[in-house]
Ligand binder design. Sequence first.
Ligand code: NCD
Length: 324
Amino acid sequence: MLGDRASHDAGLFFNPRDRRHLLGLDGMPREEILEILDRAEVYRHNLSIERFASDELTGVTVLNAFLEDSTRTRVSFEVAERRLGALPVSFSTNGSSMSKGESLLDTFRTVAAMGIDLIVVRHPGAGAPSTLARHLQVPIINAGDGVHEHPTQGLLDIMTLRQAWHDRFEGRRIAIIGDIAHSRVARSAMFGLTTLGTTVTVAGPPGLIPSGVEGLGCRVAHSLEEAMTGADAVMALRLQRERMDHGLVPSLGEYAQVWGISADRLRLLKADAVVLHPGPLNRDVEIAAEVADGERSVILRQVTNGVAVRCAVLSRCARRKSQG
Ligand code: NCD
């Protein structure tokens, strides 16, 4: 029955670049990235004012559907929604009918029929947000889909680099170190940063560098030292052991020795380079505790920028929805 309805859905006319949605940074033009970041800077300023509250999204109901674990992305979307006056509602796999076998589309069609204006979704399956965008009339914001993309994280990473790099992306280079294969954060950063003219070098254990990564415009370095030497920034990534079969990495101790960002290794970077990490971080595995807390670290700035980026994205999708 619900299958019949699909022909009346947005599917036939679906355009993945439709700006009502935010599905990924792949193919997003430079001007669009910068436009979102300019707006995010205004929100960042406003959010720094104590008890900032706006009525911009009053009357907008936002569903936060996190079907995979999350701390900062989930909380930061909710903070952004509440600051802009929206009404956030949420569900997760546990406690929803998805645990009773209901399909993704049936669940979301049901919820959308309750008068939801925007959907923020995190899902373990790559492509789940675009499936929803194809079949529902509601704008979809991807909050991380499997190993595919995490566009708001990519935007907040780029915003943080823009601040550190004084608005200049061309001629800059970032080294992304660790589990590239399972990282939607790395993929979104790669798409966005290469569009802006930044060189992205990746490095990690051979089993964790996806084949074809050069085709995405990145360079592959064969050691951490090669990747970090002369870079303007380094991003450390967590080993996503929940997405690995087994045996892709040696012990955590050995991993830290070869691929960990230690204080000593920071000397390889340019003098004013910064250190990023999307979190959650495993101290003294992919990043030394003293580096995470050190003066080069912009990890907490990334988190603060995350709320501003999410305000900008929510506002953009809500505006585009009302423009039809
Ligand atoms: C990341 C994610 O979920 O993709 N975290 C985040 O959203 N800030 C990275 C990770 O889980 O390692």
